[in-house]
Each structure stands twice: as C-alpha cells, then as structure tokens.
Design a protein around this ligand. Structure first.
Ligand code: ATP
Ligand code: MG
Length: 770
C-alpha cells in the first residue's frame, strides 16, 4: 500500500483522526468547546478530496454562518495547497436551500427569480393581511403573528399540519393567517427565510426523482454546530442522508443557544437512533483556552441540570485567571474596556502586545453595543460591529435595494410599495390605493397596475406624470438588466440617479443626510464584488454577518450568539447583570429552560477566549434612555473562585486600580450625573446592599468601600423615551412583562402577561430585549 503523505492528519489527535478518516457511514462528534470539532470536520473534507473519495461538488457541508463557510473553504484550500475548485455546496442551510429552490422553483409554484423577504418585508405583508381582515393590530400585532408563523415553519409545519393545540394561537386565527400569508407570498413570487427550507423539504417529499438525484449528488454530508439545528433543518438532512447515510455531524449540547429560535438540542441526542450504528467520537482535550479560562467555563456550565456532561482538559498553561470587575455604570464599563484594549495593544503586565484583531467584546444584547461604539469613536479606537444594526438594514440602503429589486423583478410589489412615493412624487394615500385597486382587479402587479391607472387617467395631476416616469423607468432598468447592457455597478448608479433618490438626499439639509449619501456610495462599492444585481440581492438577503472585509486591524464588537464557533486571544464579557444576562425573560420563565440556555450562552462566551477573559458588570445601566439599577449576574456567583481574580473598579474607589487616565476624583461619571437634570432619585443602596455586590467586595478583599452614592444626593436623568413601538416586549417594575399595543404621547398601552392591559408612562418601562 502506497502511504500517502497526509500532514493534515498528523495535526489531529487519535479521536479527531478517527472522525476525519471514517468516511463511510454516520459519524457523530460530540464534544465540548475548543476541542477541535470544526478542525476535524475541515480535515475530513480535505481527506475526502485528497484521497479522491469525493469531488468538491459531491460534498454538502453546512456551517452556521457564511463567514464560517468562507473560512472553511479557505482552510481546505490552504491545506490542499491549491484553491479548491468549487465546493458549491458549502454554506449555511439557507444559502444551500436558495440554490436548490432556484433550480426547482416551479415545483413549489414559484418562478426562479423569486424574492427573499427579510423580516421587515414580512411584517409589512402581515400588517396588510391583518388590516384587510379588520383585525385590531393593537391587540393582535403583526410582529406576534410573524413570531408564531416563524415558529411553525421552524418545526416544518405547513398550515395544514399545525396541530390543533397550537392552532389556538393568535385568537384561533393563526392558521388562517398563515395560509393567507403563504398565498400572498406565492402571488408575489416571494419566500421568507423559513420557506427556503420548507419548500425544499416539500419538493423532496413530493418528487422522489428529485430527492434521488440529490442523494446521488451529495455523496458526503457534513454539519457543524449540529446542536442548533431546528426540526425543519433536521428533516431536510434526514431526507438527504437517508440513502447512503454518509453523514457526519459535530456539535456540543452545552452550546445550544438557539432554542428561542426553534433549535432542538434533542436532534443531537437522537442522532444515534436515527442513524443506527453511528460512530460516536468524543473529544476531551481543549486546544483553545488556558487552564483558568477552561476551568471557569466548566464551573459555570456545571450548574446546568439537563446535560450530557463532558470533561474537558488542557495540557497548556494555566495562564491568567479570569478577571472580574464591577463598574458604576455602562459608560464607565466601556471607558475601562477601551483603556484595557489600548493597554493590551501596547503590551502590559509582562504580556506581549495583542493586535486589535485578536480582541473581542461579546455582549448579550445589541443595545449594549452603543456605549462601546461611542467610547471607541471618542478615543479613535478602530472597531467593527458584527451582528448589530446592520448596514443593509438602514433606511437608505433598504430604499436603494427596493429600486434594485424592481429592476431585476418589476413585479416585486413590496419593493414597489416602498419606493412609489420615495422620493416624493406627489402621490397621496388615495393615489396609492387606486394603484392597488387597479392591480388587484386586473390581477397584475403594482407596477402594471400603476401603468393601467396612468393610462386610464385614474390618477390625475402632478402625481400622474411622475408615476408614468417611474413606471417607464422601471421598464427601462429591467430591460437593461435583461440585456446586460451596462455593468451592474453603472446600472445601480444610474438607477439611484434617475429615480431621484440620490438627489433627494443631496437636497436634504438634515444632519444625517451626508451619512446616508456616504452609505449609498458604500452600497455601490459593495456591488463591485458581485457578477450581477441578482447575485448581490441574494447575498444581502442571506448574510448573517457583516461582510465588510477590510484589512485594517480592529476590535470586534459582537453578540454572544454571533460569536459561536469563533475564538479570540482576548475576550471581554460586559454586562453580566441579572436581567441583562441572564435576560429578564429567562429569569421570569417558570422552569429552568430559559435560564439554562442563558448559562450555555455564558459558557459559549467564556470559551471563546484563548488567553485573557474579562467579565464585568455595571451597577447602573441606561437601557433605551432609562436608568436602571442592576444586580450582578447570578452566573458571577457560579464562577469557581480559584480561577477568578477580582479587580478593583477604578471609578468607584477613587482610581485605586491605577488604570491610566483615571481621574483622581471620586468619579467623574458621578459628577456628570449629578449635573444632569433632576427627575428621579435612583435607589442605589439596593445595589450595594445586594448579596452579589457584597460578595464581589469581599472577594476583592476591599475594605472601606465608598458609601452608596444615595447619600450624596446624586440624581439620575430619566429621559422620557419614545423609542418604543408597538409589538415591543417590555418590562415594568410593578406589572412585569408585557407587549406594547399602542403609543399615546408619553404613555404606552401595554398588555401585560399577568396584569392585563394598562396605560403606563413610557419612562417606567424598559425594553425587555430577546
Ligand atoms: P467550538 O465548540 O467553539 O466550535 P471546536 O470544537 O470547533 O470549538 P476548533 O475551533 O476546531 O474547536 O478548534 C479550537 C482551536 O484548537 C483551534 O485554534 C484549532 O486550530 C485548535 N486545534 C484543534 N485541534 C487541534 C489539535 N489536534 N492540535 C492542535 N491544535 C488543535
Ligand atoms: Mg467549532
């Protein structure tokens, strides 16, 4: 036997190697964080290719994000020493399903140029359905309906398949609206995210030949982060792997963090039943983190009851203990972390300097990001936000995209609706209704409806002329897309120009207008990376992560959820406060399910760190414009003491920690607060008398703590915030959780889960987040 040189296998330990080399039959790799699951999976792909067992297009590999897919592709290419040809089926579930669905759209009653709706479009569509059915949206918000329908789709239920018990949802009309929504989507030649899988599953189930073909094609199936697959994804995989059973799944039950989105950790536990004779590989050696970090993470996750339980060990050094620090408020936390980042960049305390790319701040809720962005902007620290309010979600970008969508598919009614009067074309509500009516009664799209309305002089005046110009412009742009006359980049610029959209922002004198123009330029720039408009639109519809690839070194700010599978030498975990992390919702829930998921998220967070992990919390936090006193997270108590070092908060104790740049005064932040307008006294004593804070103090061995600031008459500015919108999940001190039904000046009508419907003043409630 000619021994092939396979250095990529030499990099693996025996268990990993077994997983990478067992190419036939089902394999499950079930192991804790940082044990090299993804590495083994990648090596398995390399092995399939290097041994000539499979061609690149015969491998179906599903990853959690597009970014992960890209990295895997890169690594495979690098290991093989050549760029991998193709690997067209390496991507997220959604990306793979879009491809499949485009090929077989007609089997799902769609045209192959179907539009993929984002959640914004989805809500808009549901609002229309609810309005048409005269449903009181205050009581029954579209957002709620969207959540219910998404949940059903995650479980792969078509309207007919929703079980009777579930069908009670949404005033017993959920199923009816689900069916109406699907019909509407079909009319629009559109799908939402959940549909991508659902349609493909249906196609496979109803067309044996199609399924058989893909079973032959995808000879090897690999899945990373298997613990977070939902039922639909699971069914999809089972259909495809059903023939040859060459499926390799890797995952970690302790890192299942998408239960709220329908993920079923049960899928991983069921693998051995579904695929009899599966080889189960367990990995225990962690290669990512130092001893202290690993022990801290293991200590926290040990409090979860429902787990398989795994031991993790490392033969690396103990390294630095996990650092723990409490701050006065969120701003101070951000300031301190900013200083830490700069210190680490320079190299402090005997540590080698860290590049900015090697540092990450992982937050529980995206509203935490703002404080860091503000601070880093102030001190000029380059950062990138991943998974926050995304570029493509901004108003001007969405408007521009609507124009692009119309150019590729003029029948895209949602896009038409969005821009018909943007910029202003003198078309009032009545004119828009006329267009809609005309379209409906003629069974045509809004674009065609508008044409008919103009021709039939159903719309008059200035608006009529401008509408005609728009209708004709859409025809022209579409013609250019079809003819591929200009490059798509030129076309995009022309569209924005001819539509008057760029002009609208140029004429706008508000402070945000220049930024919006900047973003539009950025958008056109992004187009250059694609072959055509359609490819670009698809990409945008699918991205889960901020794709901007830039070479400059930056600190990463992202949510814990988005950080799954990643690793950074230095990790900051701010906001470990009860109500934020764990989230209030998980704490209020009866049972431990939500709380255990939060704890897994804590485990994911700590295990992202390779060398330095810092956990922090703030005693006060401004959430959506309102100050709240915070208690340290219960997860802080679960950190094993032997692996934690408590740092002294600089602001509170008069700069005792000695961090650079700290003012000697008690706390500049407090002074700032005192100067702000007086609306309500915060009860700080609560914070400092809390068990968590006291424990923190005693751990730090700190004596003579600063007195609760209550005594100094510090006041806190509560902004009457109107940042709420209907459908928001909120929390009220007295009435608990509820949903915003309506806004009336500074008052909100809230339907509380337990206390019923009440009118409350906006500043007494806070957004409850996830
Ligand atoms: P997670 O659960 O967080 O997704 P994982 O199990 O997928 O983690 P990997 O990301 O594959 O772990 O690996 C973690 C780190 O350990 C990586 O930097 C990887 O290169 C390294 N590593 C994995 N296996 C080995 C090995 N056998 N020898 C040395 N380093 C390894
Ligand atoms: Mg991994």
């Amino acid at each position: 036997v000619a021994a092939r040189p396979a250095p990529y296998l030499d990099e693996l330990n025996p268990a990993q190697r077994e997983a990478a080399e067992t190419l036939e039959g089902p394999v499950l790799m079930l192991a804790g964080a940082g044990t090299g699951k993804t590495k083994a999976l990648t090596s398995r792909i390399v092995h399939l290719l290097a041994t000539g067992t499979a061609k690149p297009n015969e491998i179906l590999a599903v990853t959690f994000t597009n970014k992960a897919a890209r990295e895997m592709k890169l690594r495979v290419g690098r290991t093989l020493g050549e760029a991998v040809e193709g690997m067209p089926w390496l991507g997220t579930f959604h990306a793979v399903c879009v491809k499949l669905l485009r090929r077989h759209a007609e089997l799902a009653d769609l045209k192959s140029n179907f539009t993929i709706l984002d959640s914004d479009d989805q809500i808009r569509l549901m609002k229309q359905l609810l309005a048409a059915a005269n449903v009181d949206e205050k009581r029954w918000p579209a957002r709620m309906l969207a959540g219910i329908i998404d949940g059903w789709k995650n479980r792969a239920w078509t309207p007919e398949q929703v079980p009777p018990d579930e069908a009670k949802a949404f005033d017993r009309r959920g199923v009816e609206f689900y069916a109406a929504y699907q019909a509407r989507l079909r009319d629009l030649n559109a799908v939402d995210f959940g549909d991508l899988l659902l349609h493909v599953i249906r196609i496979f189930r109803e067309n044996e030949d199609v399924l058989a073909q893909y079973r032959r094609w995808f000879r090897y199936i690999l899945v990373d982060e298997y613990q977070d697959t939902n039922v639909a994804q699971y069914l999809w995989l089972r259909l495809l792997a059903g023939g040859h059973r060459n499926i390799c799944c890797v995952g970690d039950d302790d890192q299942s963090i998408y239960g709220w989105r329908g993920a079923e950790v049960g899928n991983i536990l069921r693998f051995e039943q579904d695929f009899e004779g599966a080889k189960v590989v367990r990995l225990e050696q962690n290669y990512r983190s130092t001893g202290h970090i690993l022990a801290a993470a293991s200590g926290v996750i040990a409090s979860n009851k429902g787990r398989l339980g795994k031991t993790l060990w490392t033969d690396g050094e103990d390294g630095e203990k996990v650092r723990l620090i409490g701050h006065w408020d969120g701003e101070e936390e951000a300031r301190w972390i900013g200083e830490q980042v700069e210190d680490l960049q320079r190299g402090t305390r005997g540590l080698d300097p860290f590049g900015l790319d090697s540092m990450a701040i992982l937050v529980r809720a995206s509203h935490q990001m703002r404080a860091f962005e503000d601070r880093f902007l102030t001190i000029g620290l380059p950062y990138r936000v991943i998974g926050g309010p995304r570029f493509y979600e901004r108003l001007e970008i969405r408007d521009a995209m609507a124009y692009f969508r119309l150019a590729t598919s003029p029948d895209d009614d949602l896009a038409f609706e969005r821009i018909v009067n943007t910029p202003k074309r003198g078309l009032g509500d009545k004119a828009v209704q006329t267009i809609q009516k005309t379209a409906r009664s003629n069974g045509v799209s809004l674009h065609e409806g508008a044409r008919l309305a103009v021709q039939g002089q159903l719309i008059r005046g200035k608006g009529a002329g401008e509408l005609r110009v728009l209708v004709e412009a859409i025809d022209r742009w579409h013609g250019q897309v079809v003819a591929e006359a200009d490059t798509h980049v030129e076309l995009a610029e022309m569209i924005l120009d001819e539509s008057g959209y760029t002009g609208m922002w140029q004429a706008d004198k508000t402070p945000e207008a220049p930024g919006r123009l900047e973003n539009l330029k950025e958008l056109v720039k992004a187009l250059e990376n694609f072959d055509n408009l359609q490819g670009f639109l698809e990409h945008v519809a699918l991205i889960m992560d901020n794709e901007s690839e830039d070479s400059e070194e930056k600190v990463t700010i992202m949510t814990l959820h988005a950080a799954k599978g990643l690793e950074f030498p230095v990790v900051f975990l701010p906001g470990w406060e009860d109500g934020l992390f764990p989230s209030q919702r998980s704490m209020d829930e009866s049972g431990l399910k939500g709380l255990e998921e939060e704890r897994r998220l804590a485990y994911v967070g700590i295990t992202r760190a390779e060398r330095l992990c810092t956990i922090s919390f703030a005693g006060n936090r401004r959430v959506y414009g309102q100050w709240q006193s915070q208690l340290p997270s219960r997860f802080i108590d679960e950190l094993p003491e032997a692996h934690v070092e408590v740092l002294t908060p600089p602001g509170l104790y008069g700069g005792g920690y000695g961090a650079a740049g700290m003012s000697a005064s008690a706390s500049p932040i407090l002074q700032g607060l005192a100067a702000s307008s007086v609306q309500e006294r915060a009860s700080r004593a609560d914070v400092y008398n809390s068990p968590g804070w006291k424990r923190l103090q005693s751990r730090s061995g700190q004596r003579g703590m600063a007195q609760p600031q209550e005594a100094r008459g510090i006041t806190i500015d509560l902004e009457a915030s109107s940042s709420f919108s209907t459908g928001d999940r909120v929390f009220h001190q007295k009435f608990g959780y509820g949903e915003v039904m309506a806004l009336e000046g500074d008052k909100l009508v809230i339907e509380f889960d337990k206390a019923g419907t009440k009118n409350v003043v906006a500043r007494f409630v806070v957004q409850a987040g996830q």
